[in-house]
Design a binder for this molecule. Structure first.
Ligand code: ADE
Length: 225
């Protein structure tokens, strides 16, 4: 039984979903002058939307979550709050997913206040309707129950973080040693996710380089933090 609900998203699905999303925007009659990608998750869908909608203007804004020191509370911030002039232009703001929607809402409000567009509409590949604070203007898939989508652009990052979670949790219960095969088997059981050998190898190499695992002969040993 998987301990976190996850779903692998393939490159083919990303293209198919982006094409479907672009068609929804086109069918609505909205013709954006500029596409704005929300960094980092919106980059790939935004570029594909530009292609499918024949839009030449593409820029980005980085809105992200951070955890304040000593507080459990998470907040969204605009990482590089620069100003550009989009006076009178129609903006399509693009991200991969609306989960809580906090970072996307912050980006939308920042653009409306500081870049002077006539309109900002939001388009995402996926909308988690049970978790989100708002409904995007355009979405391709409505997700009813929360799940972690493993997109191709965070494959290594997620694999690394998931391994860390598994190792620290199992470490708490006294486990300290794994062979390579045990690491892979453990990962598959924990997350029901097969990211492929290249990503597994890269993530394990990163865990060793970052001092989380130590390799001794054919065994990986958890280094206590
Ligand atoms: N980013 C924020 N929420 C996410 C989710 N549920 N899956 C993948 N990426 C996300």
């Amino acid at each position: 039984m998987a301990k976190i609900r996850t779903q692998l998203v393939t490159w083919d699905e990303v293209v198919r979903w982006s094409r479907g999303l672009a068609n929804k925007v086109i069918e609505s009659g909205f013709r954006p002058d500029v596409v704005v990608a929300v960094a980092r998750g919106g980059y790939v869908p935004a570029r594909l939307l530009c292609d499918f909608m024949m839009v030449n203007n593409l820029t980005s804004i980085q809105s992200q979550h951070w955890t304040e020191a000593a507080k459990a509370e998470e907040r969204a911030i605009i990482k590089y709050p620069y100003k550009i002039d989009l006076n009178g232009m129609k903006v399509l703001l693009v991200d991969d997913i609306v989960d809580t929607g906090e970072s996307l809402l912050l980006a939308k409000n920042y653009i409306l206040k500081n870049w002077g567009p006539s309109e900002v509409k939001v388009a995402v590949l996926q909308w988690i309707s049970s978790a989100a604070k708002f409904k995007p203007d355009y979405y391709f898939i409505e997700v009813k129950e929360w799940i972690w989508f493993q997109y191709p652009w965070t494959r290594l990052e997620d694999t690394y973080q998931f391994f860390k979670k598994m190792l620290f949790e199992e470490g708490k219960y006294g486990r300290k040693r794994w062979t390579y095969q045990e690491l892979i088997k453990g990962f598959m059981e924990w997350f029901d996710l097969d990211v492929g050998e290249d990503y597994f190898k890269d993530a394990i190499r990163l865990l060793v380089n970052n001092g989380i695992l130590r390799k001794e002969d054919e065994t990986y040993i958890l280094v206590m933090q």
